[in-house]
Design a protein around this ligand. Structure first.
Ligand SMILES: Cc1cc2nc3c(=O)[nH]c(=O)nc-3n(C[C@H](O)[C@H](O)[C@H](O)COP(=O)(O)O)c2cc1C
Length: 187
């Protein structure tokens, strides 16, 4: 698939099954991430790749975070957060390890990591790999960051779910960009 077609046709695929991306596939995605624009060449991105039972460890971290937020959590709620990382064969946690004192603002460091994530989304699509970018409460939880080896100043930019698309895929929206164009306001 050529780059423009990939950019024009990418869709998220929430329903993912085995097999997950191979090690070569993951290397290809990570090389795409490394080509994201990066103010100051700070390389703020970190990637934690979880496959197989490692996803269950992430689920246990989520359950622990849930209990911090609500020590009275019902077992069903804990089971739900625990099982979330099992929605795809591979979960890549994409983290911005920020340099708070740097002349490059932290928001730009986080944007670079978002660009890296999008590069991987488009690359995955071009390679026939399903991908879904998720965040939610567990992306900003300090306990989750700590258990993943990061500090509260850092940002979990994405839980990137990767695998083989399953079920019916949604249709590509026929959406025009015109409504989003603006003119300079009159002086
Ligand atoms: C920063 C970010 C966080 C997101 N978090 C979630 C999420 O937690 N759950 C979810 O269902 N979609 C989330 N999305 C949106 C989906 O990944 C997806 O882009 C959206 O459903 C639109 O579908 P499409 O990518 O096929 O156009 C997030 C997107 C971004 C950019």
């Amino acid at each position: 698939m050529d780059a423009i077609t990939a950019l024009h046709t990418r869709l998220s695929t929430p329903r993912l099954t085995d097999p997950g991306p191979s090690q070569d596939d993951l290397a290809c995605l990570l090389r795409a991430a490394m080509r994201a624009p990066d103010h100051g060449i700070l390389r703020p991105w970190r990637f934690v790749i979880l496959e197989g039972d490692q996803r269950k460890l992430l689920g246990e971290i989520f359950a622990a975070a849930q209990l911090v937020d609500d020590p009275e959590s019902e077992p069903a709620v804990l089971d739900k957060v625990r099982s979330n990382p099992l929605r795809a064969p591979t979960v890549m946690v994409v983290v911005a390890e920020t340099d708070v004192g740097n002349r490059v603002p932290v928001v730009e460091q986080v944007m670079a990591v978002a660009a890296a994530t999008q590069n991987m989304m488009v690359a995955a699509h071009a390679m026939g790999i399903g991908a879904m970018w998720r965040t939610g409460r567990m992306a900003s939880h300090d306990l989750v960051k700590e258990r993943l080896g990061f500090a509260s100043k850092d940002e979990v930019v994405a839980y990137l779910y990767l695998g083989t698309p399953t079920g019916s895929c949604k249709a590509l929206p026929d959406e025009s960009y015109e409504p989003y164009l603006r003119e300079l306001p009159n002086a």
